[in-house]
Structure formats: C-alpha cells, structure tokens
Design a protein around this ligand. Structure first.
Ligand SMILES: Cc1cc2nc3c(=O)[nH]c(=O)nc-3n(C[C@H](O)[C@H](O)[C@H](O)COP(=O)(O)O)c2cc1C
Length: 211
C-alpha cells in the first residue's frame, strides 16, 4: 500500500487529481435528473452525488457543482420547485452519459440524446420513460457549501414509479432486478451483482445472513 498525502495530491495535474478524488467516495448511485424551465423547455443531466437523507420525511439530496460548471438543472429546480430522479439501466448508458455535455441553456437533452420525456401525474418536470425507477421530488432547500461553491439540493419525495414485483416482502427495493447501474468517478459505469443481505446488527450478536 502506498501513502499519498494531500500535499502530494495538490501538486498533481488538475484532471488527474479530479479523477482520483472522484473515485475515493466509491461506487455511487447514478441517475438522470429531469427538470423544466419557465418556458416549458425540458432539461436532463446525469448526477451521481445523490444521497438518502432520511425516510420520514422522505428526503433525497444531491450535490450540484459550482454554477459556472453546471447551472441548468439547479436553476430550473429553483424556478419550478420540482424535479425527477430517474435510475439508469445498461441499455441507455451512452445516452445518459451524453447528458453531461455542456449544452447551452434551453437545449433539450431528451432531444439531443434520443431519450424519451414523459409527463405524468400532473407533475411539471419530465420523467425518463426508459428508466425503471422514477421519482418525483419537490424542492425543500438548497444549501450552499461555502468551502467550494457547490450546493446541497434537498428534495422531498412525492411519487415513485417502479415495478412492484421488485419490492420484496420487507420493503427492500431490489434495484438490481430493475437493471439500475452504479458509477465510479465521472466516466465509469458498472452493473451490479446479487447482494448479500444481513439481519439488523445487534451488539454481541453474530451477523446473520437473511435467507
Ligand atoms: C457520471 C457523471 C456523474 C456526474 N455527477 C454530477 C453530480 O453529482 N453533480 C453535478 O453537479 N454534476 C455532475 N456531473 C456533471 C453534470 O452532468 C454536468 O455538469 C451537466 O452538464 C450539468 O447539466 P446542467 O447544467 O443541465 O444541470 C456528472 C457527470 C457525469 C458524467
């Protein structure tokens, strides 16, 4: 094992350093965030810094880069207060990745990538029809992170669209069955193997596999 100090990391080329640091937090959920602007133009972008913030109330957060690097999704969310999070399957990784390109404001990434926008349940923001796990969120709060100019965008879950056959008897949603992928860094996408589930851990009790 090699020791790498932050002083050494700071000397590295910007892109090399970015790739390295981006991998350190590990495999991440990766989804497409669907928004719409005040002129009814949809926007779609890929995000992987997505985090569960609590189940009751059901809150999901994501980190948005500084505005100079990515401003359309967060701008639309601020304006419309609604957005969707849509899991990515292996069948449309290329199209999903392409949404990270720096399109100018007002360009509809559904059109440029060939993904299908679908509107349902009177929700203003578009869902991705190809996605097998789709969520509708309403903006709760945007917290600026002063140290690096990023933002924590917090949304309240309103609706979920999934195949109920992938919800197990105890509520566990088996997203592997729906084909959801994970990502590493900013350019690597991975499919998942079957997981191992364990009973709730208790002090002084041996971990037990769920059957
Ligand atoms: C795999 C992957 C994951 C990404 N994750 C994030 C993320 O979590 N937060 C973010 O701000 N940008 C992320 N990006 C970059 C955005 O997709 C990119 O900046 C995009 O152009 C933003 O679009 P927008 O301006 O329409 O919001 C990611 C890109 C890739 C390829």
């Amino acid at each position: 094992m090699n020791h790498i100090s932050i002083n050494e990391i700071k000397e590295w080329d910007r892109f090399y350093r970015g790739n390295f640091i981006n991998c350190l937090s590990g495999f991440k959920p990766v989804s497409l965030i669907g928004t719409i602007n005040q002129n009814a133009q949809p926007n779609l972008a890929i995000f992987s810094n997505i985090v569960h913030l609590g189940a009751d109330p059901a809150l999901i957060g994501f980190i948005n880069r500084p505005l100079a690097a990515g401003s359309h999704s967060i701008g639309n969310i601020q304006a419309i207060q609604q957005y969707t999070i849509n899991h990515i399957s292996s069948s449309f990784i290329e199209k999903a990745h392409q949404t990270s390109a720096k399109y100018i404001a007002g360009v509809n990434e559904f059109d440029t990538t060939g993904l299908t926008a679908v509107f349902k349940n009177n929700f203003k923001a578009p869902f991705v029809a190809e996605s097998k796990v789709q969520m509708a969120l309403e903006l709760v709060e945007i917290i600026p992170i002063k140290d690096n100019g990023t933002f924590l965008v917090i949304g309240a879950l309103k609706d979920v669209f999934v195949d109920k056959k992938n919800i197990l008897a105890d509520g566990f949603l088996d997203i592997k069955k729906s084909g959801s992928i994970v990502s590493l860094g900013l350019d690597s996408y991975h499919t998942c193997n079957d997981g191992e589930r364990y009973e709730y851990a208790k002090v002084d009790v041996e971990p037990t596999r769920k059957t």
